[in-house]
Design a protein. Structure first.
Length: 211
């Protein structure tokens, strides 16, 4: 599994919190806290998705609003991408229980409030949001284990364990090499000392013999 941001971890934690108390686990419930005075409008008939922002609150500086909508859009699509990523890794699956409607909406924009609409132009993003928004999210036990293991899978833990083992083996090998180097130095000194003593002894014997 890839490393997750704190925002993504928060999303998964909220998903599990809802799944622990209800079988009605939908994207709308998970991102509810992110949709203050905002709706996500789904148009299945025309294959369109629109973010709707309360005009009374968001009709401010055009440039700051543009930056805000971009950040909001990126955040939401990251959640949908994460949901599919978890499904592809076998931690959950998406199940369509109810018939598709021509159009639908979810969020916390008050009914009949005027809004500023922002269409999504990326066709892949539109398809993903339309496909996932109304499906029930059914979790597998593996996602609970994943969260309980500090967002690490069994494979991740095994990988980290092997890394630690390799690190320890490397440290042992380095220490063994250092000891071997020290032993070689001691052997070298011993050999040199022996040779010197032998030479000195030979000289002394030669000197004595010449007398």
């Amino acid at each position: 599994m890839r490393n997750l941001s704190q925002q993504e971890k928060k999303f998964i934690t909220e998903l599990l919190r809802i799944a622990n108390t209800s079988n009605n686990v939908f994207m709308a419930n998970i991102v509810y806290g992110e949709l203050t005075n905002v709706d996500i409008y789904l148009d299945y008939e025309n294959q369109k998705v629109e973010y709707r922002f309360d005009q009374n609150l968001y009709d401010q500086n055009q440039y700051s609003f543009s930056d805000f909508t971009r950040d909001f859009s990126w955040k939401i699509i990251k959640y949908f991408k994460l949901l599919k990523y978890l499904e592809n890794n076998g931690m959950l699956f998406l199940y369509q229980e109810t018939p598709y409607e021509d159009n639908s909406r979810y969020g916390r924009l008050i009914n009949d409030h005027p809004f500023i609409g922002a269409d999504i132009n990326d066709k892949d993003a539109v398809k993903l949001i339309l496909d996932c928004s109304k499906k029930t999210i059914v979790i597998n036990e593996s996602i609970r284990e994943y969260v309980n293991n500090d967002f690490k899978t069994k494979e991740d833990l095994k990988h980290f364990e092997n890394l630690e083992l390799s690190k320890k083996n490397l440290e042992i090998a380095q220490r063994s090499n250092e000891l071997a180097q020290k032993s070689l130095k001691r052997i070298d000194i011993t050999i040199i000392t022996t040779i010197i003593i032998f030479i000195l002894g030979s000289i002394l014997n030669f000197y004595i013999a010449s007398k």
